[in-house]
Design a protein around this ligand. Structure first.
Ligand code: HPA
Length: 282
């Protein structure tokens, strides 16, 4: 199926496919899973799995650690949609498939998207295996997914990025983390385009700019989600220290290894959040 243009009609076409697979299903929460964090999807009950190649406008993933499936089902009786894998700018694609994914979430009726990613830390006291919730970001990808004609059906031409990472949801995550005895760092995520990891000089520069972690995703999704007024929370699984902070050699395999150190507490935190969400609404 060819990639369409991320517009209203392409997200509607993806929704139509979802409705054929799982009629009358309205997810409340959406999860996007980063590198090595796919095992969270095993927690979903009564899961319907739709590979991205069956969804018009979606991008079939080319990166190992990203399965390329949409799952629809229940976590603690809360209807959820979950994405195992995402498109990245470094794959040489336009932002269209990222728009289609986020706008499909919106049209399916979810109220928030919880984005996870793998990231490098800029602080030695936030090592591999740590979790960092984003409280802001720096877009260092030198592009913006909303460049081009505005899709008025979804949002305005000019988008405020105040409170991009919803403060109320962050407070709920901190409450859950405390209850579960999980250390949940908070900080600024800086997105590069990739696919190179950073140079040592870039890591030093990003620290001066005010970043706490660095990665190759999440910022386009957040911008598109805020444009259509979806609430956003985002959590990084720290998989390594930034290039040059120690002698560790960075590679995708190293990222996947690092993600394994964080996946247990990430799953516990996300499930705790869903439980908290359910209790607040019953
Ligand atoms: N840099 C950029 N992206 C990443 C890193 C990193 O150090 N680790 C995991 N994803």
């Amino acid at each position: 199926m060819s990639t369409t243009n991320g517009s209203y009609s392409s997200a509607m076409a993806a929704c139509d496919v979802v409705k054929l697979h799982k009629p009358n299903f309205t997810p409340k929460l959406a999860f996007i899973l980063g590198s090595g964090l796919g095992p969270f999807a095993d927690e979903i009950e009564d899961a319907t799995v739709i590979p991205y190649y069956k969804l018009p406008g979606f991008h079939s993933c080319s990166v190992s650690g990203h399965a390329g499936n949409m799952l629809l089902g229940y976590l603690k009786d809360v209807p959820v949609v979950c994405f195992q894998g995402r498109a990245h700018i470094y794959e040489g694609i336009s932002a269209d498939p990222i728009k289609t994914l986020i706008r499909t979430i919106k049209l399916l009726g979810a109220e928030m998207v919880i984005i996870t990613n793998a990231a490098g830390s800029l602080h030695e006291d936030m090592p591999a295996g740590s979790l960092m919730m984003l409280n802001d970001h720096i877009n260092y990808q030198f592009t913006n997914p909303l460049i081009g004609p505005n899709d008025e059906e979804f949002g305005p031409r000019f988008v405020s990025m105040d409170d991009a990472y919803n403060a109320e949801i962050r407070a709920q995550f901190q409450k859950v983390a405390k209850e579960q005895d999980i250390k949940l760092n908070e900080g600024v995520y800086l997105a590069i385009s990739g696919p190179c990891f950073e140079t040592h000089a870039e890591i030093r520069a990003f620290k001066i700019l005010g970043a706490d972690a660095v990665g190759m995703s999440t910022v386009p999704e957040t911008i598109i989600a805020r444009h259509c007024d979806l609430k956003v929370a985002a959590i990084s699984a720290i998989t390594n220290l930034g290039a040059g902070i120690t002698n560790e050699k960075l590679s995708h395999e190293h990222t996947l290894k690092g993600a394994k150190l964080a996946v247990g507490s990430m799953i516990k935190l996300l499930l705790g959040f869903v439980e908290n969400y359910k209790q607040a609404r019953t």
